[in-house]
Design a protein around this ligand. Structure first.
Ligand SMILES: [Zn+2]
Ligand SMILES: [Zn+2]
Length: 329
């Protein structure tokens, strides 16, 4: 339970009592991402105390017919929506004004038992184990982004930032028929991982020649540039690396309020910009299938393990170099 900035404590809380449209999930594992890190540090404000965790896999309790997917292993969609407003009705539940995110606006899954809306649980096939399952939620956000920015067969796609989501974007772009996938990051280890997972060309970002190298291999810039690092500097680089008339998927969440940005290039190149937020329910079956079939690989993306007792230390020790931390409950 997060009780203040950078204070994560182990507490006893009351067992959840589900309302009529909720199910109780016995949590088995929770993935920790940059959003959790920002909440932990107070960069994304929340009301304290707050139970973190929005990438959760578990098992639904109950055996009665009234409980959907009773006793199944499920992934929880942490994005809760009202189901009645104009955005929900048009299938954009992620934009529901009355919606909230479990683990940020309401208590999440970094605990033993959590009540969640029954409509938010998706059964998992056995092919996805507990350590891989939290990646389903992460992958839904990438699937959602790549739906907003269509990738046409043959497109030259550049992914800037090769953390967990960047490495998932590399694989998804490949699946969508990209003709060339270029990965850009400072980390040598992540460049190697990107090559293993299907990038055609990798370019170290910290070399002065990175921009020239990307222009050379893409012959004038990417048809699609996916920014997956979430800083003003990398978003600026993504704009510069797009070809005129190209598409920019501003995927990383930028929490900086200011910085140098090539606004004129955005206009001059007539870029189509998409800034996806979370995912919608229909992204879940796509992500589940992609991981279950092995077409998107996630086992290489785990860099740390923890349990409920060590979760606070694990989150406190996270750096930008880390990939996914999985907390076993
Ligand atoms: Zn996350
Ligand atoms: Zn709504």
């Amino acid at each position: 339970m997060l009780t203040g900035r950078e204070r994560l404590e182990l507490s006893e809380i009351a067992e959840p009592v589900p309302s009529g449209d909720e199910v109780v999930v016995r949590v088995r594992a929770v993935g920790i991402c940059g959003t959790d890190m920002k909440i932990f540090r107070g960069e994304i404000p929340v009301a304290y105390p707050r139970v973190l965790g929005h990438e959760m896999v578990g098992e639904t309790l109950g055996t009665s017919d009234g409980v959907p997917h009773a006793g199944s292993r499920v992934i929880v969609d942490p994005s809760v929506s009202c189901g009645r407003c104009a955005r929900c009705i048009e299938g954009r539940q992620n934009l529901c004004a009355a919606g909230w995110l479990l683990g940020r606006d309401q208590d999440g899954g970094l605990c033993e038992l959590v009540a969640v809306p029954a409509a938010n649980v998706h059964p998992l096939p056995d092919a996805i184990d507990d350590v891989s399952a939290p990646f389903v939620q992460v992958l839904t956000t990438c699937v959602h982004g790549q739906r907003l920015t269509e990738i046409a067969p043959g497109d030259r796609v550049i992914v800037v930032g090769l953390g967990v989501t960047g490495l998932l974007h590399v694989q998804l772009a490949r699946l969508r028929g990209a003709g060339l996938v270029v990965g850009v990051t400072r980390s040598a280890a992540k460049l190697r991982l990107a090559e293993m997972l299907g990038a055609d060309v990798t370019v170290p970002a910290d070399q002065g020649s990175a921009f020239d190298r990307v222009m050379e291999v893409t012959r004038g810039g990417g048809d699609v540039v996916i920014e997956a690092a979430g800083t003003v500097a990398t978003l600026a680089l993504a704009v510069r690396m797009a070809r005129p008339g190209g598409r920019l998927l501003a995927f990383g969440t930028v929490s900086e309020a200011a910085g140098d940005f090539p606004f004129y290039d955005l206009y001059f190149k007539e870029l189509v910009v998409s800034a996806p937020r979370a995912a919608v329910p229909t992204d879940f079956p796509v992500a589940i299938e992609a991981i279950a079939s092995g077409r998107v690989r996630v086992e290489q993306l785990v860099s740390r393990g923890a349990d409920l007792r060590t979760a606070g230390d694990a989150i406190g020790a996270l750096t930008m170099e880390d990939l996914k931390t999985i907390v076993r409950v």
